[in-house]
Design a protein around this ligand. Structure first.
Ligand SMILES: [Zn+2]
Length: 238
């Protein structure tokens, strides 16, 4: 019986030592337990876990602008919140508002091509469509000094051979709250917030006051949920 008792005591001691090792507990010279190191290690681990959870990315995209009032309102709101977005602008609007295009660039947003006149690609207008893309690239490059790589084809109609011919990359979307056909900002916000998942590309238009209001409300709710907003380039290639 004494042997069994001793074996149990040894077993208990080994178990304690194993647990002490596992939890990073140290014994000081005076025999006191030292938790500091263990606490520091677990704090670092917790922080790493938090950061891993936090990096859930979304891309907001705005088509059809720049609009003389609403785009600036949107840029103000994005700046206040430290959020970057992607703007697919038409050449004709960019030509009228080069100052807004410049502001987009200065504030870290990505600028893409949405054709010159919001043209839809059809079977019989391939060359005209291509000319519109080239003309819009030239307008944007003149304003920003940067090459335009991304295009959002109006209505999503695209010809893959343009990618080689023009060295341009089409960017479609994964969430469409149909902001252009609703004047109810809360309803648009809800559609976005209830649908989004990590790495989604959200389609909106900076051409309506309700869209701007809805986008900023959605940004606030999604930032609170831990999402980070990035440009489409970061979603597609990082
Ligand atoms: Zn459009």
């Amino acid at each position: 019986m004494r042997k069994i008792g001793k074996a149990l005591a040894m077993g208990d001691l080994l178990l304690c030592l194993a647990l002490a090792g596992a939890y990073g507990i140290c014994f000081g010279k005076d025999g006191s337990l030292k938790w500091q190191q263990a606490a520091a290690v677990s704090a670092v681990e917790e922080k790493e876990e938090e950061q891993a959870v936090e990096i859930r990315r979304l891309a907001l995209t705005f088509d059809d602008g720049p609009h003389p009032c609403y785009t600036d309102e949107l840029l103000d709101g994005l700046k206040e919140r430290g959020v970057r977005a992607t703007f697919f602008v038409t050449g004709e609007h960019a030509e009228i508002h080069p100052d807004i295009i410049k502001r987009m660039q200065e504030e870290g947003h990505l600028i893409g091509n949405h054709t010159y006149s919001h043209m839809q690609l059809r079977k019989n207008n391939r060359e005209v469509f291509k000319e519109e893309l080239i003309k819009t690239n030239e307008i944007l490059e003149e304003i920003t000094g940067q090459e335009v790589v991304y295009v959002r084809p109006p209505y999503g109609s695209w010809d893959k051979s343009f990618e080689q011919e023009l060295n341009m990359f089409p960017v479609l979307w994964t969430v469409d709250p149909l902001d252009w056909c609703s004047r109810d900002a809360d309803c648009i916000t809800q559609k976005i917030v209830s649908k989004v998942e990590e790495n989604d590309i959200i389609l909106m238009h900076d051409y309506y006051e309700t869209s701007v209001e809805a986008a900023l409300k959605a940004v606030d709710e999604l930032l609170a949920e831990g999402y980070t907003f990035v440009t489409v380039e970061e979603i597609l290639f990082d």
